[in-house]
Design a protein around this ligand. Structure first.
Ligand code: FEO
Length: 400
């Protein structure tokens, strides 16, 4: 049975959702699944914008055939060549031998790398700012290199004012029938998954995202149709504002998040003591994570949200506790920057994790260490209370 939803009178969402995949890119846990969106335009010409992942191809084909009712598919616009959106391109060319594929030179270079079929016989190569008319609709193409891959482009339907945004404005989470942001409470239902998607998939590419925002900033956009998650029509301004903050590495909130690693509970106890002292200093909405218990993708998303970060780590093999080191390396890889940081270290005979965490953070741009490292030897002692209070006061004062 199809799961088609109308976006406008003649544009339809024809993708599908996967709830069986446990990790997106075989990396990121997706307990709510993920959707692979594609959009079909039934105009004088039929136009499909992107295809889907292999896992939902049966659903996608059923949707497509139901709408086409025997008409051929005339055009396929490929905004992104990552396999979660283009597993079906070759099959479409076999099924519709006259299909024309619209993309940029890099699109077709990648298509030839992924596929064996005669790509050139289907290719319509477009450039920045070129337009294409399918009849009633005119589509304009904008290059968006590195929003997530180098070949990415976005397509603006000048007729219905829809931005087909590729991975930009995407989010984790399968669809359950509702396909618009206003069919659920968007901030509650989707913002956390949108943030985690952005932070981990696109987060490294802040400057390219800024370039895209500038490029499409002057367009009269009524709808944003991403390749993952819900279609945005009621929260465009708020969501674009989030993208602007995230891509400039500006925290969304003045908030503190404490990350701790712990082997036997002593560093956890110190982290909790700091959280308690922060609360006594009037700090609200303190977040705390055990880096061994929460996936690093969620920790990274929290760093995009919060202004102040505390890292509390045991010393392990004369280094940083492995899961904490993994978090710090992931921060580096994603070019995270511009946060205020405090550090706690633990070590029974030679505490070193504080110095080593500091060194890693100093390699990142705009990471300001706002207080001396608090050192614990095995377990925090009552005589260290003054140091703990001082650390909490430093953080609270910095947040004020
Ligand atoms: Fe959803 Fe970059 O692929």
């Amino acid at each position: 049975m199809d799961c088609i939803r109308a976006i406008t009178d003649d544009i339809w969402m024809v993708g599908g959702s996967d709830r069986r995949l446990s990790r997106f890119e075989n990396l990121f846990p997706i307990p709510r699944g993920v959707s692979y969106n594609a959009y079909l335009v039934l105009d004088e010409k039929t136009v499909l914008l992107d295809t889907v992942d292999d896992s939902v191809r049966n659903q996608f084909c059923e949707n497509l055939e139901r709408l086409l009712k025997g008409r051929p598919l005339d055009y396929l616009v490929v905004n992104h060549m990552e396999p979660d959106h283009c597993s079906y391109i070759q099959d479409l060319c076999f099924r519709y031998p006259n299909l024309k594929i619209i993309g940029n030179p890099k699109t077709f270079q990648m298509m030839k790398q992924f596929y064996q079929f005669d790509v050139d016989s289907h290719a319509v190569v477009i450039k920045e700012g070129e337009t294409f008319s399918s009849g009633r609709h005119t589509f304009k193409f904008f290059m968006a290199p590195m929003v997530h891959w180098p070949e990415v482009m976005v397509t603006f339907d000048e007729t219905d004012k829809i931005l087909f945004s590729a991975d930009a404005f995407g989010m984790f989470g399968a669809l359950a029938g509702n396909v618009f942001d206003d069919e659920a409470d968007f901030p509650d239902a989707w913002l956390a998954d949108a943030r985690r998607y952005y932070a981990n998939i696109v987060g490294k590419f802040g400057t390219p995202v800024q370039n895209l925002l500038k490029k499409v900033g002057g367009l009269d956009i009524h709808v944003i149709a991403p390749l993952h998650g819900v279609v945005i029509r009621s929260h465009i301004r708020e969501f674009v504002e989030k993208y602007d903050l995230w891509s400039r590495y500006v925290p969304e909130e003045k908030a503190v998040v404490i990350f701790y690693g712990t082997m036997y509970g002593h560093t956890q106890s110190a982290a909790l003591a700091l959280g308690t002292q922060l609360a006594k200093e009037g700090v609200k909405n303190i977040a705390m994570y055990d880096v061994s218990e929460t996936d690093v993708s969620t920790l990274i998303a929290e760093i995009f949200r919060c202004s102040h970060l505390v890292f509390a780590s045991p010393t392990y093999n004369a280094g940083i506790y492995p899961n904490m080191k993994n978090l710090l390396h992931d921060m580096q890889a994603l070019a995270l920057q511009n946060r205020h940081v405090a550090l706690m270290e633990n070590g029974t005979w030679a505490p070193a994790s504080g110095r080593l965490m500091k060194a890693l953070l100093e390699e990142m741009k705009g990471m300001e260490i706002i207080a001396p490292v608090l050192t614990i030897k095995s377990a925090m002692k009552p005589e260290q209370e003054a140091d703990l209070v001082s650390l909490a006061q430093n953080i609270a004062a910095d947040m004020a």
